[in-house]
Design a protein around this ligand. Structure first.
Ligand code: PEP
Ligand code: MN
Length: 337
């Protein structure tokens, strides 16, 4: 059960509501959002339904849900969540594209790629300053210097910035620079990190883990939202299956499935999904056709010398072509891009 409070609830009304819930003996989790508070209630559903909680001053409504994820569910909110990303709106008619290199390598590299993806019509510039690498000996990212370069790209191009945060100790720092905080596939169930980004009011881009079920992904979104940050977007980036022919198996059926289960925007990352630049374009087009609200695509001007994920990166010219191809698909399914 979810008890949604009115935005204008007074402290006295709030206390009366909590006292009443305590008297009913139910457990209460308080998520204080930017606009209003939401109380997630444990306990017997029938008893709560008959307890006339909706009659209390300060209460907006009581929502019944049997899903383990509550704030992320369509029971809590049926209309799609939209929020501003840079100058655009995510979750609306327009399909937003986030593009850029896997890693922030240098100022020159980011300026070059940033200029190119902005010109091709992307809304967000991506680039990792903290990189989750399989080997401790591989390039780990430029850290704070990388964040500064990203901020310069935003200044220069007008693109919003998305970058990954890997550690609870870095959340405050990364949140000072990023317009969107990325939680990578490997950290999808790092609950301390999810709680920490949930305490910020910066939109969070949550990647599905390589072994996450759809329900586990939604439960991870619930961790963020239960801390009061409702601006969460979910990303399908490929999962591990028995087939090893490609880096991952891009589960595009997750897009319509997630759209039916949650009001949160859904993004497709075909680059990590296939791991081979030759197959990025068809899967990007398919992602738009499947109904994604956004795409994340890795772009590099010199994939052969990229510090990470060069094999799956599109060159700027090919990226511009893919943008045009996706635009046609978007139109065919009633969207813009
Ligand atoms: C990335 O976006 O570069 C990345 C590391 O992605 P994932 O967490 O999906 O592997
Ligand atoms: Mn990458």
């Amino acid at each position: 059960m979810i008890l949604i409070l009115r935005p204008a609830v007074t402290p006295a009304e709030f206390k009366t509501i909590l006292d009443r819930l305590e008297a009913l003996g139910v457990s209460v989790h308080h998520a204080k959002g930017a606009e209003r508070s939401v109380l997630t209630l444990g306990g017997d559903q029938e008893m709560l339904l008959s307890s006339q909680l909706e009659a209390l001053p300060g209460v907006d409504r009581l929502v019944e849900t049997r899903k383990p994820y509550k704030l992320a569910s369509r029971d809590f909110r049926d209309e799609k969540t939209t929020f501003k990303v840079g100058k655009s709106k995510l979750g609306g008619k327009k399909v937003l594209v986030m593009a850029g290199p896997c890693s922030v390598e240098s100022r020159e590299q980011c300026y070059l790629i940033g200029d190119a993806v902005a010109k091709a019509g992307a809304t967000v510039f991506r680039g990792g300053a903290f990189k989750p690498r399989t080997s401790p000996y591989s390039f780990q990212g430029l850290g704070k210097e990388g964040l500064e370069i990203l901020a310069e790209v935003r200044e220069r191009t007008g693109l919003a910035i998305i970058t990954e945060v890997m550690d609870t100790r870095d959340v405050e720092l990364v949140a000072q620079y990023a317009d969107i905080l990325q939680i990578g596939a490997r950290n999808v169930q790092n609950f301390s990190l999810l709680n920490e980004v949930g305490k910020t009011r910066v939109p969070v881009f949550l990647k599905r883990g390589m072994m996450s079920t759809i329900q586990e992904l939604l439960m991870s979104a619930e961790y963020i939202m239960s801390n009061g940050n409702e601006n969460v977007m979910l990303c399908e980036r490929g999962i591990r299956t028995f087939d090893t022919a490609l880096r991952n198996t891009l589960d595009l059926s997750a897009v319509p499935l997630l759209q039916s289960l949650t009001h949160l925007p859904v993004i497709v990352d075909p680059s990590h999904g296939v791991g081979d630049w030759r197959f990025v374009a068809p899967m990007a087009r398919a992602g738009v056709a499947a109904g994604a609200d956004g795409l994340m695509i890795e772009v590099h001007h010199s994939p052969e010398t990229a510090f990470s994920d060069g094999v799956q990166s599109l060159k700027p010219r090919r990226f511009a072509e893919v943008m045009a191809e996706m635009r046609k698909i978007a139109r065919a399914v009633g969207r813009t891009l």
